[in-house]
Every structure is written in C-alpha cells, then in structure tokens.
Write a protein that binds this ligand. Structure first.
Ligand code: IPE
Ligand code: IPE
Ligand code: MG
Length: 241
C-alpha cells in the first residue's frame, strides 16, 4: 500500500449511508435482493481499506427503523443476508483486527440474529485496529428516545439528579456511548438526506453525497472522498485561526 494513502488530517470516524442497492438491481432487471447481495459484498472491500486510509472508526447503516415498511419479502431477505454476512465474515474480521459493534434496537430483531450479533461482538472484542459499527434496526430518533427512557429510569431510581443532566449525560446513554462522533458522513446513490442516521452524533460532521450506487462504490471512490475531506476547514462554531 502506498504511503501517501495514510492521511494525517483525515477523518478518524467515517459513517456511511449505504444507499442505492435497489436501483442498482432495477437497472439490471433483477429483484431488489440481488442489489442487497451485491451491496453486502462491497462492505468487505471498504472495511479492508480502512487501515491504509487511516480510518479507525467506520460506522455503516445497514437497516433503519423505517425499513420495516418495505415488503415482507425484502425485509426477510435482508435479515437472512445479515445472518449470512456474520457467518461468512466473522473469521476474516477477527483476523483483520476489526472490532465489530452493533447499534440500534435489538428488541424487534430475530433472537437468533441477535445472538449471532452478540457472539461476533464478543469474538472481536480484543481487536483495536478498526472499529466497525453496524447500524441494524437503527434510527436516530429511536436511539435518543431509548436513551431518554434509560436516563429517566436513573432519575426515577434516585441515582441521577435532573439538575445534573446535560448533553454529555444524554450521550452517555446512547448506543454510541463508546464511539467518537463521526467526522464525515458519506451517502451514496445521489440522495442528499440523512434518513434518521446518527442525528445527535453528526452535529459537526462534514457530509459528502456521491451519485455512485452502493454496489458500485469502490475503495478508489472512498479514497477520493477522503482526499476532498482533507481540504475542508472545520470550525466547530469558532472563527478561522
Ligand atoms: C440501501 O439500498 C439498503 C437498505 C436500505 C437496506 P436501498 O434498498 O434503499 O436502495 P434504493 O434506494 O431503493 O435504490
Ligand atoms: C437509509 O436508506 C437506510 C439505509 C441505508 C440502511 P433508505 O433508502 O431507507 O432511506 P430513504 O427512504 O431513501 O430516506
Ligand atoms: Mg434507498
């Protein structure tokens, strides 16, 4: 790998809204699930490119709390795909130094899938090279609501004084409590919206929208976006130095 690939002022945490699988399949006259399968294969290349691109945290949006509105066939197909992904990739992820975490509400997921998620987290928990977080049945508003519920329980139990609650307190109850905020959020497929992804955490993230459909998104596309990130000035509300 080329030394120039290592980016000194690149983003440490990149989050990706992997969009466009359905359109990719449609363009080929194939069912949507065919696009999801192609999309799942893309994940490996992008995860594997992280160390050489200087990315320590990668968070990917796999299934939103709103995606249940799709046909039962598509939802079932996606759930099967998630199980297969875990089965197929577990050893590779372990050997590549990837620590996997899942965010989102597990209560509505099949217990068998939830158990596989838990085991993959446990299997890779000693890894530290790349922190891969998979957002599955994830919604930003749902996450904040669940966090608030947990926070309220602490208050009700007398363990937390409402007067002490600030932004940091709430962040502590989010699914992402162990992760830094994303520096860069990428969305593929040309849509320029957030679709309920990491609402709280992306307060100061940079955004990049690319027309490339997720199953076509390569390491080179990724590297190009990261190059562009290096030229941005992030001010976080202050004025230029
Ligand atoms: C993203 O691709 C994958 C999931 C939401 C699971 P889409 O399925 O949304 O693809 P388009 O947007 O219909 O092309
Ligand atoms: C966002 O994509 C969710 C994932 C990529 C998993 P969607 O395709 O579901 O979002 P909308 O419906 O276009 O906003
Ligand atoms: Mg979509």
């Amino acid at each position: 790998m080329a030394a120039k690939d290592i980016r000194a002022n690149g983003p440490a945490h990149v989050a990706i809204i992997m969009d466009g699988n359905g359109r990719w399949a449609q363009m080929r006259g194939r069912p949507r699930l065919y696009g999801h399968q192609a999309g799942a294969r893309r994940v490996r290349e992008i995860v594997e490119s992280c160390p050489s691109l200087g990315i320590r945290y990668l968070t990917i949006f796999a299934f939103s709390t709103e995606n249940w509105k799709r046909t039962q066939a598509e939802v079932t197909g996606l759930m099967t795909l998630f199980r297969r992904y875990i089965q197929k990739e577990a050893q590779e992820l372990l050997q590549n130094g990837v620590r996997v975490r899942f965010i989102g509400d597990r209560d509505r997921l099949d217990p068998k899938l939830v158990e596989m998620m838990r085991r993959l987290e446990e299997l890779t928990e000693a890894n530290d090279l790349v922190h891969l977080t998979i957002a599955l049945n994830y919604g930003g508003r749902d996450e904040v609501a669940r966090a608030t519920k947990r926070l309220a329980r602490e208050v009700a139990a007398g363990r937390l004084d409402p007067e002490d609650v600030d932004a940091e307190t709430l962040a502590h109850f989010l699914d992402t409590c162990l992760l830094p905020d994303p520096d860069l959020v990428i969305r593929t497929s040309g849509e320029a919206r957030i679709s309920n992804f990491l609402l709280w955490q992306s307060a100061y993230a940079e955004y990049e929208f690319t027309p490339v459909l997720w199953p076509d998104f390569t390491r080179d596309h990724f590297a190009e976006i990261l190059d562009n990130f290096g030229t941005r000035e992030r001010r976080f509300g202050a004025v230029s130095a």
